[in-house]
Design a protein around this ligand. Structure first.
Ligand code: NAD
Ligand code: UDP
Length: 371
């Protein structure tokens, strides 16, 4: 008797104050069943900030860093699939050239803005992809503080926006969170081995902080977050001189300059062609039921940097020689993703070999080698 009286009183209270609750708690469209057997009512549990019942496989996607290398390829893919795309980028390491073909399209909008500043959007946003961040070791050594800000303040701002808009959220994490790995290949449940104060730490630790922040928003606010740990990816639209190994070696080979191997070249990387990466990212972002998942994405084909140099010399028919420079501090000796989880959840299976991928992009770099 007392319980049903209490039920009616609470129902009246909600009906009379519904609009206030919508503002305060951002009521989800579907109100979950309320268990009144307890008088300790937790409003956060009753009215979670977001609910994931609404499918997010079409609508408006916000891509931070969308004028960068991967972000611009993602923009192409989402537009092709019929999404409205908003790119937010301050052009620190990206370029408007990467998205110039999209400017003027009805479903595309570009905002030149720093994601570490306060974000406000009038329009609905269904999906946020946080890709803004210098990604080349050369770039993040040039911008160490900015790198830490974009993957702390920028992550906080975009997660806050996701909460406000009830949007799904995908974070562009990295294989660098595994640091100098003691486990090979690297699985998602490996916690990593990162030097917290070395020159690469600004990137590695900011990414690790962002992952923790994503999980906090997932646990506390029930935001539908996904963390993609991206392994070395290459393709067109990388800056010719961004310092990463593939554009650097191709550029040097096309100009018949010495190829600069750091260390003895025995360190390994597993390189993923950008189309294979975009396929994995698109599916991970749009498939329902993957809330809170952490997934490695990359190609498992592992090669030494020496092999890469020789392959690029061969494919460009170059007369370049190879010279050795000092190995940068904390340069990981090996890296290869374990992608069993991505395969199980997404059917992910990269198709393009390193040799085929290089053949696809060399003409693009050739056209720009004197630019
Ligand atoms: P990129 O440098 O080409 O793209 C990053 C973009 O972010 C650039 O367009 C840059 O202008 C923008 N940006 C930087 N700071 C910003 C800020 N404060 N506000 C708004 N925009 C800002 O790099 P990428 O290779 O395309 O990497 C994209 C994302 O993927 C990054 O988060 C990176 O850490 C991650 N990732 C990339 C790789 C890879 O191999 N390419 C591997 C692991 C992770
Ligand atoms: N590297 C190299 N010469 C270069 C640039 C890079 O030998 O001119 C090496 C670098 O030391 C690393 C690997 O290539 O071992 C990959 O470097 P990159 O900057 O592309 O990415 P990382 O995987 O280190 O983040």
């Amino acid at each position: 008797m007392a319980k049903s009286f209490m039920f009616i009183k609470i129902l009246h209270f909600f009906n009379n104050h519904k609009s206030n609750f919508i503002n305060t708690f951002q009521l989800s469209e579907t109100i979950p069943l309320i268990n009144f057997s307890s008088t300790n009512i937790d409003l956060k549990i009753m009215f979670p900030y977001t609910e994931s019942l609404r499918s997010k496989n079409m609508g408006t996607v916000l891509i931070t860093g969308g004028a960068g290398f991967i972000g611009s390829h993602l923009s192409d893919r989402f537009l092709k699939e019929g999404w409205d795309v908003i790119v937010l980028d301050n052009l620190l390491t990206g370029s408007s050239n990467n998205i110039s073909h999209l400017i003027g399209k009805e479903k595309f909008k570009f905002i030149k803005y720093d994601v570490t500043d306060y974000l406000f959007f009038k329009e609905n946003i269904d999906l946020i992809l946080h890709f803004a961040c210098p990604a080349s070791p050369f770039d993040y050594a040039q911008h160490p503080i900015h790198t830490m800000k974009v993957d702390s303040l920028g992550t906080l701002n975009t997660l806050g926006l996701a909460k406000n808009k009830k949007a799904r959220y995908l974070f562009a994490s990295t294989s660098e969170i595994y640091g100098s790995p003691e486990q090979h290949p690297q699985k998602e449940d490996y916690w990593g081995n990162v030097n917290p104060v070395g020159p690469r730490s600004v990137y590695d630790e900011a990414k690790r902080f962002s992952e923790a922040m994503c999980m906090a928003y997932f646990r506390e606010h029930n935001i539908d977050i996904r963390i993609a740990r991206i392994f070395n990816t290459y393709g067109t639209r990388m800056r010719l001189l961004d310092g990463r190994v593939i554009p650097t070696f191709i550029h040097q080979a096309l100009k018949n300059q010495s190829i600069t191997i750091f260390g003895d070249g025995s360190q390994t990387r597993s390189f993923c062609f950008v189309d294979d990466m975009v396929e994995g990212l698109y599916n991970f972002a749009t498939k329902d039921g993957l809330n809170g998942e952490v997934v490695n994405l990359g190609n498992t084909e592992e090669h030494s940097i020496k092999f890469l140099a020789e392959e690029i010399i061969k494919l460009t028919d170059s007369s370049s020689d190879i010279i050795n420079h000092d190995l940068p501090e904390d340069d990981p000796p090996v890296r290869q993703p374990d992608i069993l989880k991505a395969n199980r959840l997404l059917g992910y299976s990269p198709e393009i070999s390193l040799s085929d991928g290089l053949k696809k992009i060399i003409p693009w770099f050739k056209e720009r080698k004197d630019g």
